[in-house]
Design a protein around this ligand. Structure first.
Ligand code: SF4
Length: 381
């Protein structure tokens, strides 16, 4: 079986105020060797137990993988397979010439940088370390010492953000030769420090319409700069799409390694998901063993497949869907397809089903209709 590999590095120097991803704060790098040894054991165990014959892509995410020092990257390089796309996430303030050399020497050929914004006030209001100056310095280092691909994460809907400032950020980054952008709207998760600060009224976020306009302005500027929106939040120059993430959206196979990491393997209409414990101590004691297993079958699998595939601007392959589920998508969600086609937001060709570039703005509403119809309720649009 061919599968991609996701490695979770669950450490951050400081928790960003908006973040609800699983990570623990640490100022010590002493525990990294122990973490890496456990990671090696987990990858070896899963490769054998799950009969992985070849790795498709590798993605090291977090947390903050750029906290790993060059010596840790040398160890990581020995335990990770080399594939056509080995990505590592980085925070701009951690990037140094030595770190970039170590990434290259250890098989990484793509860096995904969490820049979010070049506006220092917005950055500090969402409680994220770093600064515009340090990010620009990192971009300079990348120009000098990095030959691989570069992806950047940006956020819209930040406190104080304007279309002009956002446009300036994109302009600067496009001129730096960035080949891939992920643009996300800030979502305020209950229970995070940001949610509490907003409740106290100390920070005001743009209202919903302004937040939508900010995201749309970013989309339009990227498209005007030659980027193709290939997924609801992702834009790439031709040929620079994320192969690893395409595998998620196309419901391929992947293994997760590291605390809280999850992986899914599929055989036809059946899928099995393993999700590792978030308890780092337990994970260190039994790497790859302490996990929950979930069987994904029937309507649940079909639902997941459509939810992931319809995020892509090219949508779902109708023949691939029929082959996997031995049923026609048109027979499963005829009302939703008819309604959304009538609105002009959905195209149902002979071989693909996809939302138009206007339709993808209503992806969540479309998916609610899909879920309702699959559950045999009336679609609510
Ligand atoms: S660096 Fe990333 S994972 Fe860590 S707290 Fe910030 S957003 Fe969350």
């Amino acid at each position: 079986m061919i599968a991609s590999l996701y490695v979770h590095v669950p450490f951050c120097l400081k928790k960003c105020d908006y973040c609800d991803f699983f990570s623990v704060t640490t100022k010590e790098t002493d525990q990294f060797p122990v973490y890496l040894e456990a990671l090696k054991a987990e990858i070896q165990d899963k490769k054998t137990r799950l009969r992985i014959s070849r790795w498709g892509t590798v993605y090291v995410g977090g947390g903050t993988p750029s906290l790993l020092q060059p010596a840790h990257l040398d160890y990581l390089g020995k335990i990770l397979p080399k594939t056509e796309e080995n990505t590592i996430e980085a925070n701009p303030e951690d990037i140094t010439a030595e770190w970039l050399h170590a990434c290259t020497a250890n098989g990484f050929n793509r860096i995904s940088i969490g820049i979010q914004t070049l506006d220092d006030t917005s950055l500090s209001q969402i409680g994220r370390r770093g600064s515009k100056l340090r990010t620009l310095k990192s971009l300079e280092l990348l120009q000098q010492y990095w030959n691989g691909r570069i992806s950047v994460d940006l956020m819209t809907g930040l406190p104080g953000q304007t279309v002009q400032r956002l446009s300036h950020d994109i302009d600067v980054l496009v001129k730096q030769g960035i080949s891939h952008f992920s643009v996300y709207s800030l979502t305020v998760e209950e229970g995070t420090p940001l949610a509490r600060t907003i409740h106290t009224g100390k920070i005001n976020l743009p209202d919903e319409n302004t937040a939508d306009s900010l995201w749309i302005s970013a989309r339009d500027q990227l498209i005007a700069s030659g980027f193709c929106q290939y997924e609801v939040s992702n834009f790439a120059l031709p040929g620079f799409e994320s192969v690893h993430n395409l595998n998620y959206w196309e419901s391929g196979n992947w293994i997760g390694a590291g605390p809280a990491a999850s992986g899914t393997l599929r055989r036809g209409a059946e899928a099995v998901r393993e999700t590792n414990t978030q308890d780092i101590q337990l994970w260190l004691e039994k790497p790859g063993q302490a996990h929950e297993t979930e069987e994904i079958t029937g309507i649940q699998h079909i639902q997941e497949y459509i939810m992931m595939g319809m995020r892509l601007l090219r949508g779902i392959s109708i023949p691939a869907f029929s082959e996997r589920f031995s049923s026609e998508i048109m027979d499963l969600i005829p009302r939703t397809i008819a309604t959304w086609r009538a609105k002009g937001y959905l195209v149902h060709s002979e071989d693909r089903l996809f939302l138009t570039s206007d339709g993808i703005l209503y992806l969540n509403r479309f998916l609610s209709d899909v879920i309702a119809e699959l559950s045999d309720d009336e679609p609510g649009s």
